[in-house]
Write a protein that binds this ligand. Structure first.
Ligand code: BES
Ligand code: MN
Ligand code: ZN
Length: 494
């Protein structure tokens, strides 16, 4: 799909479908829609007054055929309340338009960007939303796949001055980069675990253009003493890997400045629970237990193209968690890369074990800012549902920044507390720390475990359990992996 900015007015654009966002208030106060309504001879007013169309968020109404505009159809898209029309809302409205256009077998679609966001930002989120919506997860179907005929997506920004064209084009360029990176992360998380093993995940990382990628193998990790990570992969025949991604070729003209930032993503390609085996119900969803790692790969793919001013590396510990004759047992004690000993009470609390070694290793690579993203705990889903990811850590400045950016990224984040008192739950009788607490505050005790391995380096942890998967399908998205985290991570480094 080609995405283009088009200056000019909505009536001049020739396309199969013109999407026109309508605010809820405009069902009552009609004035802002008058220019459109005059063009289409009262059809918009008719749709609203008859009650045929209610401009609630993501509701749509097709007017067809339409005279007075060059578009073959007019799609009214509910944009919700005007006061809540954040960039994130515009993104999903753009997505709703794209999926409606695809369902109607359109080849060319135009979106009228409403609201008063700066042109570059509006164009960017619209482009992201269009790409997000154009994605399907049905790659293994041999028949009956969704139609993908949309060729062109035009973005119109009626309020923008002529000189905004450059900004809009740059916004689209960035939006395409993050949109493609998000879909890349979704593809990885949607892959079944028999296809996407730890080794294949490393291969996909190596295929990303513009990155230098190396993978520590089992022997190297054994030599280095990464026994927390290795303990998780013991039950699987699939060899583990620690994927390290760098953006090479710093130009001396514009040297990168500031502390080294490390993005660390949980890469459990399948989480059966290990000896602490999970129940069968929904266990297939655990093929997506590398969604955090996929978000890091996606973010690094985007950053390789966006060239941020700050230096950044990515780390993805990649393992499969299975039971087996060599698997780690509850009660086993291992020594982590940092040197702290861990009593493994529950082999299903594996994410924190692999992240512990990856975080500690990132520090030895010189990282001075740490951010990890992981489908870490069911407890986080219990606390926050599928609306916000849990955010914890020691870097309050970054957490404030990430939280503020939610209205742009659309990726909900909510901070959970990290009082020292929570540390008590993971005290072990025989080792430095144990890998689970009691039943209470499970998202936080998991984070307290990770904190042990970040020492004094400023660190943010995103628990994205539940946010990684769209279980119902939305007007702007198919069911399946969401790519959650890519936009947050890229936004941070931008
Ligand atoms: N990958 C799971 C967490 C998860 C659960 C993610 C459901 C997405 C959906 C994680 O490895 C896990 O199993 N956590 C355990 C921890 C417990 C044993 C302390 C959990 O949440 O039950
Ligand atoms: Mn688990
Ligand atoms: Zn897991």
């Amino acid at each position: 799909m080609e995405i283009e900015y088009r200056p000019g007015t909505f009536s001049d654009i020739a396309c199969d479908l013109l999407a026109y966002p309508v605010f809820e208030e405009e069902a009552e106060d009609f004035a802002p829609l008058e220019p459109l309504d005059r063009r289409v001879r009262g059809a918009v007013r008719g749709a609203l007054e008859s009650g045929e169309f209610k401009p609630e968020l993501h509701r749509t109404c097709t007017l067809f055929p339409v005279a007075g505009v060059r578009a073959r159809r007019l799609l009214l898209v509910g944009a919700g309340k005007k006061g809540r029309f954040d960039p994130a809302v515009l993104r999903d409205v753009a997505g709703t338009a794209v999926r409606a256009a695809r369902a109607a077998a359109c080849r060319t679609t135009a979106l009228l960007g409403r609201g008063d966001h700066p042109a570059g930002l509006a164009a960017r989120v619209a482009a992201e939303g269009a790409l997000y919506a154009d994605y399907e997860a049905d790659i293994y179907k041999t028949r009956g796949r969704e139609r993908r005929e949309l060729e062109r997506f035009y973005i119109l920004l009626p309020g923008a001055p002529a000189r905004a064209a450059g900004e809009a084009a740059e916004g689209i360029r960035r939006g395409v980069i993050t949109g493609e990176a998000t879909n890349f992360a979704r593809t990885l998380a949607n892959e079944p675990a028999n296809i996407l093993t730890p080794a294949r995940l490393a291969e996909r990382a190596r295929e990303i253009p513009g990155l230098a990628v190396r993978t520590l193998d089992r022997e190297e990790m054994e030599r280095m003493g990464m026994h927390a990570l290795l303990a998780v992969s013991r039950g699987s025949a699939e060899p583990p890997g620690l994927i390290v991604l760098e953006i090479p070729g710093e130009k001396p003209k514009r040297p990168r400045r500031g502390p080294l930032h490390a993005l660390v993503g949980k890469g459990v390609t399948f989480d059966s629970g290990g000896i602490s085996l999970k129940p069968a119900d929904k266990m297939e969803e655990m093929k997506g237990d590398m969604a955090g790692g996929a978000a890091v790969l996606g973010a690094m793919a985007a950053l390789a193209r966006l060239k941020p001013r700050v230096p950044v590396i990515g780390l993805v510990p990649a393992v499969e968690n299975l039971p087996g004759g060599r698997a780690t047992r509850p009660g086993d004690v291992v020594t982590s890369y940092l040197g702290k000993t861990v009593e493994i009470i529950n082999t299903d609390a594996e994410g924190r074990l692999i992240l512990a070694d990856a975080l500690a290793y990132a520090r030895t690579l010189g990282a001075a800012r740490l951010l990890d993203v992981a489908t870490l705990t069911g407890a986080c889903m219990v606390a926050l549902g599928r609306v916000n990811a849990g955010m914890m850590g020691t870097d309050q400045k970054t957490m404030d920044l990430l939280r503020r950016n939610c209205r742009v990224t659309g990726e909900g984040l909510w901070q959970l507390p990290m009082d020292d008192a929570y540390r008590k739950a993971i005290r072990s009788e025989i080792a430095d720390v144990k890998n689970i607490g009691d039943r209470w505050g499970g998202a936080i005790t998991a984070a307290k475990f990770l904190e042990e391995f970040t020492e004094d380096t400023p660190w943010v942890h995103l628990d994205i359990a539940g946010m990684d998967l769209e279980t119902d399908g939305r007007p702007f998205a198919c069911k399946g992996a969401t790519g959650f985290g890519v936009r947050t991570l890229v936004g941070w480094l931008e």
